[in-house]
Design a protein around this ligand. Structure first.
Ligand code: BES
Ligand code: MN
Ligand code: ZN
Length: 492
């Protein structure tokens, strides 16, 4: 789908479908009310007759019968005016797309109104995100029926056109980066092996200015003493690989490291999962996918922040060579972990990836990991569990997430629970009781960040949608975390 932004009033737009935002109260926003006025109150009148209340996500499609250059008008409900914000715009833009879905190949014009409390740039960004995220389909292995508009144009008011266009370009980048992560998560694990994931990351940064990628294979991992990653990988036919991406602009103000869990498939290992529990476990590299997705946008966004992306890719499989319960691994930091449950593998691989990140002396580390089922029990499918060792950094990431429209909620790194990590034979054990399983996993990770300001995002719920979350988040990989990372990095 072609997407662009133009300075134009809705009553002049020549499109198959013209979409306008419609609130649930009287008194419509400028674009809708100007259009309604041109039409002699036809929109208000028809909405009333059809019982269209303008609730968030609701749409009403009308044939214009020659009243306008556009053939159809879609009213996109955004709810009450005072609640309307960036998120209602994402939903409105994606539901406009949905309303214009059939027949395929139509042209859509989306008239942008800027909700109070939102800037023109934020509004245009949200509209671009709603359109591009809403149009996403994963068609690599399925013949998809052609559907949806072939072009979408955002109609921006002339008053704030320059800033609207800036926001639009930013939204397009953020959404495309999110779709990069979605594609990676949706790839079956048989196709996206650890090495294939590493090569994808390498390919996405290849030839871009200030960007580099380093792949560390077995021999190097052994030399570095990455016993956590090597241990988890040892049951698989596929070799592990550690990846270090770097974006180093000249005169960077600070240096951050993004670390992602990259288990391309999690069978549980010898502590085998149930058949049901394994069905979605190709998603266990969604943390790394978010890091790669964010990296795919950095060359264009050009933030003056040095960014490192690190992930230890491997596959968690049972075999005669697999880790056994009771085995001990020595991580890159020198600390040892007793493996009591081979299904608690993410923390073991992250011990090495986080330690590697600390050796780069970053000002902050953010990790993203589909780490625990307990996270989903605590917060459900749509909300990320955030844990941090620094108040100001946690607040910054939470603020970035709110702006990006990604739901995150803070959970405590309760030090009293560290007793759960005590092992009789090693420095730590990887298994803990069921209670607070998300927190104890976070506590183990904390042991490997060496006091560097750090945020841990347990994305087990939101990384993968078993059914669509909303009109712009289809089932499958969601790309959750990408937009928060970009927003946070750009804020500097
Ligand atoms: N990858 C899983 C966590 C997960 C579960 C992510 C469901 C997304 C959806 C992780 O490796 C795991 O298996 N964790 C165990 C830990 C336990 C054995 C301590 C869990 O949560 O059951
Ligand atoms: Mn597991
Ligand atoms: Zn896992």
């Amino acid at each position: 789908m072609d997407i662009s932004i133009v300075k134009k009033a809705p009553e002049e737009a020549k499109a198959d479908v013209l979409a306008v935002m419609w609130t649930s109260e009287g008194g419509q926003p400028p674009a809708a009310s100007a259009l309604d006025k041109t039409l002699g109150g036809w929109l208000t009148q028809t909405a009333k007759e059809e019982g269209f209340a303008g609730k968030e996500g609701e749409t009403l499609t009308l044939r214009t019968e020659g009243r306008l250059p556009a053939a159809h008008v879609v009213l996109c409900g955004v709810g009450r005016k005072k609640d309307a914000a960036a998120e209602s715009l994402r939903l409105a833009a994606a539901s406009a797309l949905q309303a214009a879905r059939k027949p395929a190949g139509r042209s859509l014009a989306f008239a942008l109104d800027v909700p109070r409390g939102t800037s023109a740039a934020e509004a245009a960004q949200a509209a671009a995100e709603g359109l591009i995220l809403g149009a996403y389909r994963f068609g690599a292995f399925k013949t998809l029926e052609p559907e949806g508009p072939s072009s979408a144009v955002v109609l921006a008011p002339s008053a704030a056109f320059a800033s609207a266009r800036r926001g639009f370009v930013r939204g397009r980048l953020f959404a495309q980066a999110t779709n990069v992560a979605r594609d990676l998560v949706n790839q079956p694990a048989g196709h996206l092996t650890p090495l294939a994931l590493a090569k994808e990351a390498e390919r996405l940064v290849a030839g871009k200015t200030h960007m580099s990628a380093r792949l560390m294979r077995r021999a190097e991992l052994e030399k570095m003493g990455a016993g956590g990653l090597l241990g988890v990988a040892q049951g698989s036919a596929h070799e592990p690989v550690m990846v270090h991406l770097a974006y180093k602009p000249r005169a960077a103000k600070k240096r951050v490291a993004l670390v992602g869990k990259a288990v391309t498939f999690d069978s549980g290992g010898l502590s085998l999962k149930t058949a049901k529990g394994m069905e979605t476990m190709k998603c266990d590299m969604a943390g790394a996918a978010a890091v790669i997705g964010a990296f795919s946008a950095l060359a264009a966004l050009k933030p003056d922040v040095e960014v490192h992306g690190i992930f230890g890719a491997c596959e968690n499989m049972p075999s005669g060579a697999a880790l056994r319960p009771g085995d001990v691994v020595k991580t890159m930091s020198g600390k040892t972990i007793e493996i009591l449950n081979t299904d608690a593998e993410g923390r073991v691989t992250l011990a090495d990836a986080l330690h590697f990140a600390t050796t780069l002396a970053p000002d902050a580390i953010v990790d993203l990991a589909t780490l625990t089922g307990a996270e989903m029990v605590a917060l459900g499918e749509e909300i990320t569990g955030l844990m941090s060792n620094r108040r100001p950094l946690a607040d910054k990431v939470l603020a970035a997430a709110a702006q990006a429209g990604e739901k995150m909620w803070e959970l405590p790194l309760e030090s009293a629970y560290k007793r759960e990590l005590e092992s009789r034979v090693a420095d730590f054990k990887n298994d803990t009781s069921r209670w607070g399983g998300c927190l104890t996993a976070g506590l183990l990770l904390q042991e490997f960040v060496a006091g560097v300001p750090w945020v841990h995002l347990d994305i087990a719920g939101p990384a993968f949608a078993e059914r669509p979350f909303n009109v712009y988040t289809q089932s499958g990989g969601t790309g959750h975390g990408v937009r928060t990372l970009l927003e946070w990095i750009e804020r500097g």
